[in-house]
Design a binder for this molecule. Structure first.
Ligand code: AP5
Ligand code: MG
Length: 214
């Protein structure tokens, strides 16, 4: 099963992608997580990506396309995968399509997690990310067992730099301009499905499972 997660920043793509990956036994591929790992490790890619990410802008297509196209051809992807944060532009979607067509493959679902802009800024200001493993929580909706300590690795939790309200507003603008057109793109390819992302995160997941099957 090959799945794309679509939705605004903070819609819950990462939250749901992680649950899908666990339930269906497929890798969760988050381009945001890949960039953040590169930033942490001080790689050239990380240095380039950081300047865009801190501004709330998209990283240029050429820095992200090959990375994902290589990743989905690795052994652990043979039964499928869930893409989170990619594609984010029409050229990225076209590049993915072409690369898969060469392999005789195609995506099965593009799941659009719908959350109105008005909910997003609030949600992001409550999000906390682990400096160690990148796991994300929410101070109200998905709290850790111990305050400010990651349930998975015991790392410290922080507010992501790009989750400050002014940067979130810019990310939302970028989303509407460059990423939202993908909803029509995948509607035209007959693989778009929509779920309401404003309900409790377990209920969002139930709606996704109803679509993907038990
Ligand atoms: P990325 O990391 O992908 O950020 P994003 O799209 O802005 O999405 P987020 O991770 O912020 O939100 P999410 O939808 O995953 O929400 P989450 O599940 O955490 O990208 C970061 C940057 O990297 C980009 O700005 C760009 O610069 C660059 N980049 C990455 N990919 C790129 C690409 N392909 N091309 C170019 N540039 C790229 O949930 C949010 C919060 O809400 C959490 O606290 C969560 O606990 C909570 N929550 C989740 N669901 C619910 C619910 N149902 N009810 C209540 N709270 C909930
Ligand atoms: Mg995410």
């Amino acid at each position: 099963m090959k799945i794309i997660m679509l939705g605004a920043p903070g819609a819950g793509k990462g939250t749901q992608a992680k649950k899908i990956a666990e339930k269906y036994g497929i890798p969760h591929i988050s381009t945001g997580d890949i960039f953040r790992a590169n930033i942490k490790n001080g790689t050239e890619l990380g240095k380039k990506a950081k300047t865009y990410m801190d501004e709330g802008l998209l990283v240029p297509d050429e820095l992200v396309v090959d990375l994902v196209v290589d990743r989905v051809q690795q052994e652990d992807c043979k039964n499928g995968y869930v893409l989170d944060g990619f594609p984010r532009t029409i050229p990225q979607a076209d590049a993915l399509d072409k690369a898969l067509a060469k392999l005789g493959e195609k995506m099965d679902y593009a799941i659009n997690v719908e959350v109105p802009d008005a909910n997003i800024v609030n949600r992001m200001s409550g999000r906390r990310a682990c400096v160690g493993c990148g796991a994300t929580y929410h101070i109200v909706h998905a709290p850790t067992k111990e305050e400010n300590i990651c349930d998975t690795c015991g790392g410290e939790l922080i507010l992501r730099d790009d989750d400050k309200p002014e940067t979130v507003l810019k990310r939302l603008r970028v989303y509407h301009e460059q990423t939202q057109p993908l909803i029509q793109y995948y509607t035209d390819k007959n693989i778009l499905v929509e779920v309401d992302g404003t309900v409790d995160l377990e209920d969002v997941f139930k709606a996704i499972v109803r679509i993907l099957g038990e």
